[in-house]
Design a protein around this ligand. Structure first.
Ligand SMILES: Nc1ncnc2c1ncn2[C@@H]1O[C@H](COP(=O)(O)OP(=O)(O)OP(=O)(O)O)[C@@H](O)[C@H]1O
Ligand SMILES: [Mg+2]
Length: 301
């Protein structure tokens, strides 16, 4: 996989990127399905140019919040603002040029090649007055390269493995070249090496282009490594919000996940490393005599 931000010039600066205030803001947002309220009165500001990751237990409301931020789900009450403007007041295509969403369970069309799927990311940029241009083809090629899919571009999406399909959807979102990326579990079906590649790519796009990223991840250690900020969602409300070191405490892990864990320092990144305890497993002492967790002392919290 290659980094599209490395070789190609940065996408043209958008006026929104320089405007003051948060990129996205939820004000008193209440969300539900069939009159069942799942999120009640959520206030959340997403600062421009940052990587924010929503974490929380299954069913806690992460995808519901992300769907509302991406205009896929209309609030029952309150409003979501993009660059200070109510999302609902903006035309759909204008929103899609500024904000790209990768849902947790996208509906994959049938009889479509990988390249055709990825090319859908360019639709918001096209119109009768601005048909297909070489810039569209270049954006698609960059996205295919970035996700390591160039060799699979002609394959039918129905024939892809789970991880390949997930990368194809991510390529579509990257081809959109939006200022804000909302990614719901972008690495779930990927092997560890590909998880790392995708998260490094996302961070690189954030750092080089100033793209604002909000994602949902389950791997707390990877979330801590690649995020400026973690927002912990529990029962539809924000349980904690801050830097990875502020948020990932044993107390919070117990409250949000009912998890008994120690938090160490990841020696490779300096970020918090969450290690769950299992009462049935004894603290290990490796053959070289290195102390196990029980003796880790000051390294844990
Ligand atoms: N389309 C829907 N119709 C009805 N209820 C829904 C729908 N989508 C989600 N819910 C419910 O809303 C609540 C929050 O779901 P949500 O998908 O936001 O959780 P999540 O935190 O993303 O979970 P996961 O980690 O499993 O993806 C759950 O109780 C879920 O059953
Ligand atoms: Mg979800």
């Amino acid at each position: 996989m290659t980094d599209p931000t490395r070789d190609s010039p940065a996408s043209p600066a958008s006026p929104a990127r320089d405007s003051p205030g948060p990129a996205l803001r939820a004000r008193g947002v209440t969300l539900g399905y069939d009159r069942r309220i799942v999120v009640d009165g959520l206030d959340l500001s997403i600062e421009r140019g940052t990587v924010t990751t929503l974490i929380g237990a299954n069913g806690s409301g992460k995808s519901t919040v992300l769907s509302a931020l991406g205009r896929l789900l209309a609030p029952v009450a309150g409003a979501v603002e993009l660059d200070g403007q109510p999302l609902r007041s903006l035309p759909g295509k204008a929103v899609a040029r500024r904000l790209a969403v990768l849902p947790q369970k996208p509906l994959t069309p049938s009889a479509t090649t990988v390249r055709d799927l990825v090319s859908r990311g360019r639709h918001p940029h096209q119109s009768l007055l601005r048909p297909w241009t070489p810039a569209d083809a270049a954006a698609i090629d960059d996205a295919l390269d970035a996700t390591g899919l160039r060799d699979l571009a002609g394959r039918d999406v129905g024939s892809l493995s789970g991880g390949q399909l997930q990368r194809a959807w991510l390529a579509l979102v990257l081809a959109q070249q939006a200022d804000v990326l909302l990614l719901d579990e972008p690495t779930t079906f990927l092997d560890l090496a590909h998880q790392l590649e995708i998260l490094r790519l996302v961070r690189s796009i954030n750092r080089r282009r100033g793209t604002t990223v909000v994602m949902v991840l389950h791997d707390l250690t990877l979330a801590a490594r690649y995020s400026d900020r973690l927002v912990v969602v529990g029962a539809g409300r924000v349980l904690a919000d801050g830097t990875p070191w502020e948020v990932l405490t044993p107390e919070l892990l117990r409250e949000a996940f009912d998890l008994d864990a120690v938090v160490l320092t990841d020696p490779t990144s300096g970020a918090p490393l969450v290690v769950p305890r299992d009462p049935d497993l004894r603290p290990a002492v490796d053959p070289a005599g290195e102390p196990g967790l029980a003796d880790a002392g000051g390294a844990t919290r």
